[in-house]
Design a protein around this ligand. Structure first.
Ligand code: NAD
Ligand code: ZN
Ligand code: ZN
Length: 344
């Protein structure tokens, strides 16, 4: 089969031919119908050799949707041809976090060498994807594969971050969304669907801000040196109850720390290496800082339900598998509006 692999540190990923995978006992083989490209893949491919954590070659893709092509021995509950979304943050399935469906916070992944598809295990940017356990699959329930695949990360991750901040997003509150790309433009829609908060979106790109307005942001602000003052003005000098940072660079972490209100929350979702200073006098009183990772299986079911109800609609640009290296180049250059989806 064809697969998109990151093979050489620092080089672009390549489309290569690899052996067709076969499902062993307990495994499920999917014919991939759609795979999403995430900025985290760019982060992986930007790591220098001394920090690189995965074995090469690495088949990319941690957002995946497919149809069941074959079931390994002993697998029940699904039939060939069923449309499913892949829950990506695989865990051990038995620790206390996994028992709650929070495999994103599995306590044993390091010890057992468990890696998500596309982030260690072979990923979804291929014609077929081997899934280790039926519990990693959620029925699509009629959702279109292209529309649904970004929900497995670009939807699930902001959903999880927003859900834990819901008690602060009461009527009269506001939420800042820094970075309105793949995750951010879904976050805006989730905030509109789940909260009465006024949504203030910030990005460095005018095109991304246009998309932010299209998908429901009440206010858009260029993310520049005047941004903090603009957010303060928009919030009557109080700041925002919650600031979601979907970039995570030092400049955006500093911005989040400047625009958050007393008793607010900063959610650092982006992995740009920035840090928010915590300590007395460093932030407004009683601000909570969190760095959430992905989401739970239950939350993926909830996000798919929201999409089925029409509350979120991902803006996508599609590419063939042969064009996938171009999709990643454009994502790297900030030239994807919404999410790039590859159709293997
Ligand atoms: P993306 O490239 O689609 O979007 C990033 C957006 O940030 C772009 O619109 C870009 O213009 C904007 N941006 C860049 N610099 C900015 C600045 N200084 N101020 C405001 N906006 C700025 O990326 P994505 O796929 O949405 O991922 C966003 C981040 O989240 C990445 O760091 C990614 O690695 C991370 N991520 C984290 C998790 C998690 O579980 N914590 C999950 C998925 C992705
Ligand atoms: Zn991701
Ligand atoms: Zn576990």
């Amino acid at each position: 089969m064809k697969a998109l692999q990151y093979r050489t540190i620092g080089a672009a990923p390549e489309v290569v031919t690899v052996p067709d995978p076969e499902p062993g006992p307990g495994q499920v083989l999917l014919k991939v119908t759609a795979a999403g490209a995430c900025h985290s893949d760019i982060a992986v491919m930007s790591q220098p050799a001394e920090h690189f954590r995965y074995a090469l070659p690495l088949t990319l893709g941690h957002e995946g949707v497919g149809t069941v092509a074959a079931l390994g021995a002993g697998v029940g509950g699904l039939a060939e041809g069923d449309g499913v979304a892949v829950y990506g943050p695989w865990g051990c399935g038995t620790c206390v976090k996994c028992a709650e469906g929070k495999e994103n916070y599995c306590l044993r992944t390091e010890e057992l060498g468990i890696r998500p598809p596309g982030l260690g295990a072979p990923g979804s940017m291929a014609e077929y994807l081997l899934v280790d356990d039926v519990r990693h699959l959620v029925p699509l329930g009629g959702l279109d594969p292209v529309a649904a695949v970004p929900l497995t990360d670009a939807g699930l991750t902001p959903y999880h971050a927003i859900k834990r901040a819901l008690p602060k997003l009461v009527p009269g509150s506001s939420a800042v969304v820094i970075g309105t790309g793949g995750l951010g433009h879904v976050a805006i829609q989730l905030l509109r669907a789940l909260t009465p908060a006024r949504v203030i979106a910030l990005d460095v790109s005018a095109d991304k801000l246009r998309l932010a307005r299209e998908v429901g942001a009440h206010e858009t602000v260029p993310s520049d040196a005047q941004a903090a003052a603009a957010v303060r003005d928009l919030t009557g000098g109080l700041g925002s109850e919650v600031a979601f940072d979907f970039v995570g660079a030092q400049v955006t972490a500093d911005l989040a720390a400047t625009v958050v209100a007393v008793e607010g929350e900063i959610s650092v979702v982006g992995i740009g290496g920035g840090a928010v200073p915590v300590g007395f006098g460093r932030l407004p009183f009683e601000v909570t800082v969190s760095s959430p990772y992905w989401g739970s299986r239950t939350e993926l079911v909830e996000v798919l339900a929201l999409a089925r109800a029409g509350a979120v609609s991902v803006h996508t640009e599609t590419f063939s598998l042969d064009e996938a290296p171009v999709a990643y180049q454009r994502l790297h250059d900030g030239r994807i509006d919404g999410r790039a989806v590859v159709l293997p």
